[in-house]
Write a protein that binds this ligand. Sequence first.
Ligand SMILES: [Fe+2]
Ligand SMILES: [Fe+2]
Length: 398
Amino acid sequence: MKDRQYNKSIAVMGGTFDPIHLGHLAVAQTVFEEFSPQKIIFIPSGIPPHKEGVSNKEDRYNMTVLATLNNYFFDVSRMEIDRKGTTYTIDSILELKNEYGQDTKIFFIIGLDIIKDIFYWKNYEQLIKLCEFIVVPRPNINEDEIKEMINKFSKTEIKFTFLEANKLEISSTDIRNKIANNKSIKYLTTPEVESYIIKNRLYKNNKFINIDIDEIDKFIKSELSSYRYTHSIGVAETASMLAERFGDSKEKAYIAGLLHDCAKEKKYEEKLSLCEEYKIDLDPIMRSNPDLSHGLIAAEIAKKNFDIYDENILNAIRYHTTGRKHMTTLEKIVFLADIIEINRGDNPFLKELRDIAIYNLNAGVLLGLKKSMDLCIEKNIIFHPMGLEALNSLESNM
Ligand SMILES: [Fe+2]
Ligand SMILES: [Fe+2]
């Protein structure tokens, strides 16, 4: 623990720090030089770990410690991490006043995008009496508009200074997306934080997809007939609806739905040569019926053209034709959405399946698999063994 000396001013920087990056550190350093506080205190927020998009608080705390370890004047506080229940800024400021003395001036570092929300915060009138705000510029946000707004809303006098800082346009979201897409984050955060992220495999399971849906849309439109393009949109929308219902990621479901059939209309020879190019090993059944491989090819296209590396999305695309043993929720969702989406029209079987799918995902997939097995028998073609395995594993769990 670094020494805490009592002095007349400190600066506070709050945030989720998920992860902390060089932009945060550069701002802190500028504040340190411009305002001469005795310390900059980083306070990672205590948002509960189950909240969508926010990592475990101990990881966020550890990364903040690692990033600031080499600077004597930077300190990290656990106060919000350790506080039970909802954490309010005012509570942290009061705690700091107790710790550093009531006469200590507190500079509160805040983003230009956040300061306008301050009037909604708990006990904001007390808060703005206790702090001086240092406002950090943000790209695309107009300073004058914000100043005008602050003056309009502020009944109590609010002290704020706009920081002349280099706009280092690094964002935590960008770092998380890079990790999820296997790209380097060198020079965006400190080497210690980078190693911590790699060692602990943070942000690998991409909950933070930043994939350009419009690009995918354009691509499938160019690859598919208008019938199949409309079907793909239908699958994406139905999958997204089912994901919401069964607690999976709507974004992932939508993306998998859009791409699931992107290789479907390729000619027989092209399918075979793409399998060769992507080193997809076709079993004898798929070799005799290469149409079954269109999911496997589509997953490779998703990787190559759109940098999608999320295995759950890729597998949902891969196995949408056959199914397989132990399918994930997302795989089941896309499998089912492919069958029931609205452009498939209406018939008694689809009506029944749509009714079941909404309430019981497993029962829906099972019924869908049974129907495709029946169709195979009817058409005298082999029902793929992976489908049979899926069917058996679902049946044994019913
Ligand atoms: Fe398909
Ligand atoms: Fe399809």
